[in-house]
Design a binder for this molecule. Structure first.
Ligand code: NAD
Ligand code: TDX
Length: 355
């Protein structure tokens, strides 16, 4: 089992990053430090880690910075003696990549390059260090009605988002082959759970049902996604960084494929159960809207490798995960208000103190 003392988490104020940091503090025996390095774009919110920051003052540091800023990246690696980088920071929303791809190229490609170059320089030829890169199943392209993505499925990205992620994956692989940088990588399917920015399908539909607003379903709603509860993803990443084979990539998925329209119906039923409103009052909100350009039809992951090699498996069923997510959004109205209004930037000014 590999051990680290100072883990740099990039994008730790985003959806999966904050759940990963919570998972480390709450569900592992890690006794080192976590340095959360995040630019706080619209998708980043340090409030998601307020409790952790207060409870683990001596082990948790937040750095408000951009992964494209070479000087700050280099000085952070040195100052905090980083021996593991878990790289989540990215522009992550496919629709935004269609209307404005530039940020995706800058952060996802140049930002990853900046981190890799700084890690190579700082670590020299050390072998007791690790760069773990978080990627997505979208780099493999789109499936028809059958078949699965395997780790050796050729890349075939189709959106500016997935193309930028694929480019960053290739640069990570180049640093492994050319410079022997110790890297691991994971390609995961669609995550859902608490702290998910409400522009993605599941949190958007939950908030729109609760607010009695239209539920916009792209095209016919027949596109298929594989859904994984976010803490199961966090658990997979932890297993890879501590026990995975250096140089390897691991697919991570829910083995839980749903057509979008069926997800929306399921959410309407579960929200109705929580609010005691008639389910049709929610289903009537479903509105078919123009399809996403180049909309990938189906993603499906084969994750036998991580199951067989590292003993990982999903632990949360879709029903359980959706219910706890719905309950979280019903309860956390302040968090929702803040991410929707950008008010959390004021919160940062009041609460953010670097160690
Ligand atoms: P997110 O959009 O919720 O969070 C991204 C975080 O990165 C934010 O906190 C943001 O402030 C930060 N960030 C953005 N640009 C930055 C920069 N230049 N410098 C520093 N920080 C920056 O994203 P997410 O859904 O948590 O996804 C995290 C990672 O997981 C991404 O790499 C994404 O490609 C990958 N991924 C996501 C999913 C999913 O379903 N959400 C599935 C597979 C893989
Ligand atoms: O309003 C909507 N209506 C709708 O029908 C939205 C926001 C989405 N959709 C559809 C598009 C997709 O088929 O729902 C599906 C899921 O959409 P998103 O939540 O935007 O996720 P997706 O495009 O599948 O990408 C997500 O999973 C893979 C993450 O955003 C990526 O970061 C990750 O790599």
């Amino acid at each position: 089992m590999r051990q680290f003392n100072n883990i740099l988490v990039t994008g730790g104020a985003g959806f999966i990053g904050c759940n990963f940091i919570r998972y480390i503090f709450e569900q592992t025996d890690y006794s080192g430090n976590i340095i959360n390095f995040d630019k706080l774009t619209y998708a980043g919110n340090p409030e998601s880690l307020a409790g952790i920051a207060a409870q683990h003052k001596d082990k948790y540091t937040f750095i408000h910075a951009d992964i494209c800023d070479t000087k700050i990246v280099e000085s952070t690696l040195e100052k905090y003696k980083i021996d593991c980088i878990v790289h989540f920071a990215a522009e992550s929303h496919v629709d935004r990549s269609i209307s404005g791809p530039a940020e995706f190229i800058t952060t996802n490609i140049n930002g990853t390059f900046t981190l890799l170059e700084a890690a190579k320089t700082y670590w020299q030829d050390r072998k007791d260090v690790l760069f773990h890169h978080i990627s997505t199943d979208e780099v493999y392209g789109s499936l028809g009605d059958t078949g699965y993505f395997f780790e050796d499925t050729p890349y075939d990205p189709r959106s500016p988002y997935s193309a930028s992620k694929a480019a960053s994956d290739h640069i990570v692989q180049a640093y492994k082959h050319t410079y022997n940088l110790p890297v691991t990588m994971s390609n995961c399917s669609n995550n859902y759970g608490p702290f998910h920015f409400p522009e993605k399908l599941i949190p958007l539909m939950i908030l729109n049902t609760l607010g009695k607003k239209p539920l916009p379903v792209y095209g016919e709603g027949l596109n298929v996604r594989d859904w994984l509860y976010v803490t199961d993803h966090a658990d997979a990443i932890w297993k890879i960084i501590t026990q995975g084979t250096i140089g390897e990539s691991y697919n991570v998925g829910g083995e839980n494929e749903w057509k979008n329209i069926d997800v929306v119906h399921k959410l309407c039923e579960l929200v109705a159960g929580e609010t005691s409103e008639p389910v049709d009052s929610y289903k009537d909100l479903i509105t078919y809207v123009t399809d996403r350009p180049g909309h990938d039809l189906r993603y499906a992951i084969n994750c036998d490798k991580i199951k067989n090699e590292l003993g990982w498996k999903q632990s949360v069923t879709f029903e359980e995960g959706l219910l706890s997510t719905i309950r979280w959004y019903i309860k956390n109205t302040d968090w929702i208000k803040h991410v929707q209004s950008g008010e959390y930037t004021k919160w940062i000014e009041k609460n953010y103190v670097e160690r």
